[in-house]
Ligand binder design. Structure first.
Ligand code: ARG
Length: 461
């Protein structure tokens, strides 16, 4: 393709280090779509003839069909997907194929292909996260009143509802979708027309190709157009944070499944057995969703490191953007799908969750709050009184609601028998009606609000 001033072929190692076809063949559809739009523009601007334009478009369609049917032959001799498509096109239609690359360089071409690929990925991930949110919201509705222990420091803190817990993840994945949407809005400019780096002397119309490919506008600066990979970094940044969220949920699933917790069970569909311990049910899918986070964060770091210190404009270093990008996208896709599957699959053990939620004086704060509201104590004093009562109950090995009234009054005479009404986990969660709080009534309402905020009309119910 660039043989004019070359007499010798490349060293074997040169060919090996240079070739990207092994991975950039994934860009074939984007590459061909870009070439179709470019050819059409060349015809419209009378840079090539209408007949050549027709031949090019017909040839490109055939190349695409060959790739999709698996008949296409790839070779490292042809370096990358751009050369492969053009070489086969010229084989098919003759010299007219050589006119396609007028007013274009592989530099604006690859920038376009990757941009289109990331844009498709953003749309795919938005749909996948929407599906995960749908699963979480449906389960939250079912478990709006299911009581579980809420933790801080992974120590029992206060009772919460399982539905409320699941809706917390709906918020996280909602922010992830927001980041993807931001990335998409900034990404949606076309680099075509920048050519190698400086623009083109041909009377091209970059607005036409931009429009044809669904971009908002052409990029304003040709040097930036070929050297920018911000959209890859932004996507990987958003993907990293999303992976972190998936990993937190995955970790909870692992913990909840383990015997000392037994809050949930996963079915055969989402567990694996052990080759030696017949009783085992391992939550491998959750562990792998958690484990894949490192590759996705790694891709983000790899991209930033690759770009850091690169002078304008294109450098071959930038060919290194693709493998981390593809790997991160594949990993994230698996992770989201597996989490959605597990959320739909899991069976909550309500009895066990409630029992653990009731243990360890989880309603102590309710007692302190009762002392503030009914006995008029300053919160600090109420906290102190409650601490003493918890101490007494603990010494006797009983729960707060099992402490006789007389013993409570010996510590704080303003206590009356009304206090026992707040000393149950049901009363505790029902009382937390503050905005965003865990009360079952709140959760039921929050489910409806989450559907309105996050789901398109056809997926609400
Ligand atoms: N395979 C290259 C890449 O992925 C395509 C662009 C090559 N451009 C060039 N001037 N060598 O970045």
């Amino acid at each position: 393709m660039w043989g004019g001033r070359y007499k010798l072929g490349p060293a074997e190692i040169m060919e090996r280090i240079n070739a990207s076809i092994g991975f950039d063949k994934r860009l074939y559809a984007q590459d061909i779509a870009g070439s179709m739009a470019h050819a059409e523009m060349l015809v419209a601007r009378r840079i090539i003839s209408a007949a050549d334009g027709r031949a090019i478009r017909r040839g490109l369609a055939q190349v695409q069909a060959e790739i999709e049917s698996g008949k296409f032959r790839f070779s490292t001799k042809l370096e990358d997907i751009h050369f492969h498509v053009e070489a086969r096109l010229t084989e098919l239609i003759g010299p007219a194929g050589g006119r396609l690359h007028t007013a274009r360089s592989r530099n604006d071409q690859v920038a376009l292909d990757v941009r289109l690929w990331v844009r498709d990925a953003l749309d795919r991930f938005d749909a996948m996260l929407l599906d995960l949110q749908t699963a979480l919201i449906d389960r939250a509705e079912e478990h709006a009143a299911t009581i579980m222990p809420g933790f801080t420091h992974l120590q029992t803190a206060q009772p919460v509802t399982f539905g409320h817990h699941l809706l917390a993840y709906v918020e996280m994945f909602g922010r992830d979708r927001g980041r993807l949407a931001d990335c998409r809005a900034r990404l949606n400019e076309s680099p075509l027309g920048a050519a190698a780096l400086a623009g083109s002397p041909h009377p091209i119309d970059p607005r036409m190709t931009a429009r044809a490919l669904g971009f908002d506008r052409p990029m304003a600066n040709s040097l930036d157009a070929v050297s920018d990979r911000d959209y890859v970094v932004e996507f990987l940044g958003a993907a990293s944070l999303c992976a972190v969220h998936l990993s937190r949920l995955a970790e909870e699933i692992v913990i909840w499944c383990s015997a000392p917790f037994r809050f949930i069970a996963l079915s055969d569909a989402f567990t694996t057995g052990s080759s030696i311990m017949p009783q085992k049910r391992n939550p491998d899918a959750a562990e792998l969703a958690r484990g894949k986070t490192g590759r996705i964060l790694g891709a983000f770091v790899a991209l930033c490191t690759m770009l850091k210190g690169l002078p304008l404009t294109y450098g071959k270093d930038m060919q290194e953007d693709k493998e981390p990008l593809f790997d991160a996208a594949d990993s994230l896709e698996l992770g989201i799908a597996a989490m959605a599957g597990m959320v739909r699959d899991l069976k909550a053990n309500k009895t066990r969750m409630r029992a653990v939620a009731s243990a360890d004086y989880s309603v102590a704060t309710d007692l302190a709050d009762w002392l503030v509201r009914k006995a008029g104590l300053p919160f600090r004093q109420a906290h102190h009184v409650t601490g003493r009562l918890v101490g007494i109950a603990h010494e006797r090995g009983i729960d707060l609601h099992e402490l006789p009234l007389a013993d409570m009054r010996a510590v704080e005479p303003k206590i009356d028998r009304g206090v026992y009404r707040v000393l149950t986990v049901e009363a505790s969660v029902a009382a937390r009606k503050s905005p965003g709080g865990t009360a079952p009534a709140n959760v039921a309402r929050a489910v409806g609000e989450a559907r309105r905020r996050f789901l398109p009309a056809r997926r609400r119910r």
